[in-house]
Design a protein around this ligand. Sequence first.
Ligand SMILES: Cc1cc2nc3c(=O)[nH]c(=O)nc-3n(C[C@H](O)[C@H](O)[C@H](O)COP(=O)(O)OP(=O)(O)OC[C@H]3O[C@@H](n4cnc5c(N)ncnc54)[C@H](O)[C@@H]3O)c2cc1C
Length: 297
Amino acid sequence: LFYFSNSICSWQRGRFVVRDAIVIGAGIVGATITKTLIAAGRQVLLVDSGREMAGTKPSGGHLKPSWFSGMKKAEYEPAMELLDQTWGLFSESFVIKPVMMATTVYRVDTDVVVAYPYTQGNVTSIDMLDNIPRIKYSSKKEENVEERTRLLVVAAGKWCAELLPEVFANNPVIPKRGISFRFTGTTAPFIKPWAPYKQIVAHQQGNNEIWIGDGSAILEENWTEDRTQQCLTRCQSSFKGAKLIRSITGVRPYCKTNGDPCLLSQVGKHCWVATGAGKSGTIAAGWAARRILDATN
Ligand SMILES: Cc1cc2nc3c(=O)[nH]c(=O)nc-3n(C[C@H](O)[C@H](O)[C@H](O)COP(=O)(O)OP(=O)(O)OC[C@H]3O[C@@H](n4cnc5c(N)ncnc54)[C@H](O)[C@@H]3O)c2cc1C
């Protein structure tokens, strides 16, 4: 027994509703894919469990074409355009210290991404990826909710391997932990190298609020509380007297990406997985959303 429950695409078959699309993970990758699919007229259920160490919360959201090793202009330009349409892309002039040269850095406001609404739920299993994919999740209100969908996107950061172990059997997702801070005050955006390939980056996040990070990316098991203090001291040295509002820790998910900004793989007729963006989550989100849109339109 089939009938269309709305004009676009979800239908009911027997006892369960088949959703048009489900995205697991409301980090920058999953939220960007969700907003992109919705803008293209699809109906999307975005599910997230609100994991403590998610990567997007601490992210500065910065991107700069010269940082995209191996990415062609024909790929990063449409990705940046999509990010601009989806979230708005700031273009800001950063001063590189101590040489005081100016460079343009682009930025998505990750506070806006993190505030994007989602359905709270911890997905515990996914299957039937070649047929009508099925997910099961538990929320604060209900255990073992079952949903079926015509398109499933798994964008669960470092946790993708828990949901799709066979996909990551030979390509594990390796999480590297980092931290950013919010201080009171105002600043002109700047970049200040403190070791080879390591730099302090700061920008004005909001009214009387500065975002600052030192780029530390440490294997999760090697992170100690000393690290937190070292990063804080390093960042504080740029803002004598500024008050710490909060520290935000999280992990950058790394895996083999075949030279792409992140791993984006079709893992069944109706299922995709996107993770492994490492330190380039922002451009990876735009790139993956563009690819999924093109492949599913
Ligand atoms: C300090 C720091 C600064 C950074 N700065 C930048 C920067 O300036 N520019 C840049 O491009 N990148 C930056 N990054 C990297 C960037 O943050 C990551 O690459 C990006 O956040 C990864 O996004 P994601 O959506 O793949 O994963 P996440 O943001 O980790 O999102 C995954 C989501 O999946 C959810 N989830 C997991 N398992 C389940 C489940 N079973 N059921 C339901 N939901 C689930 C989690 O709750 C989480 O919200 C930074 C990272 C750190 C740590």
